[in-house]
Design a protein around this ligand. Sequence first.
Ligand code: COA
Length: 102
Amino acid sequence: MEAPSVTPMILWNESQQKFETEDKKAYLQYELRNGGKVMDIVHTFVPSSKRGLGLASHLCVSAFNHAKANSMSVIPTCSYVSDTFLPRNPSLNSVVQTKDIL
Ligand code: COA
């Protein structure tokens, strides 16, 4: 029997510029650019024992929701975001900007 899918709690750690799980073991790291108007997602990390369950995707959803709510655009420097998350969530491309525009 398949385990029920539960949406994990993702917390915004503003001082460390991260979105992270409660235990802080899985996280998405970003840097602010253009006076705080742009969120450059530089790294996503999930411990190997928890990979493949969509945890990185949940971290990205939280980060993109935050960016949209604050009228920020996103630079997908992290390859998980550019190569996996965005192709699977193409509507979020409207929030994305490339480094060239800066
Ligand atoms: N770049 C792009 N896509 C990647 C990837 C990478 N480096 N590593 C794994 N993926 C893809 C896999 O192909 C997988 O595809 P599948 O669903 O068809 O099997 C998919 O991510 C899994 O998605 P999800 O379950 O949401 O991700 P996750 O919770 O397993 O975490 C990483 C994905 C990349 C965060 C995790 O593997 C990790 O921490 N890796 C080490 C650090 C790293 O390489 N970070 C990314 C670059 S900053």
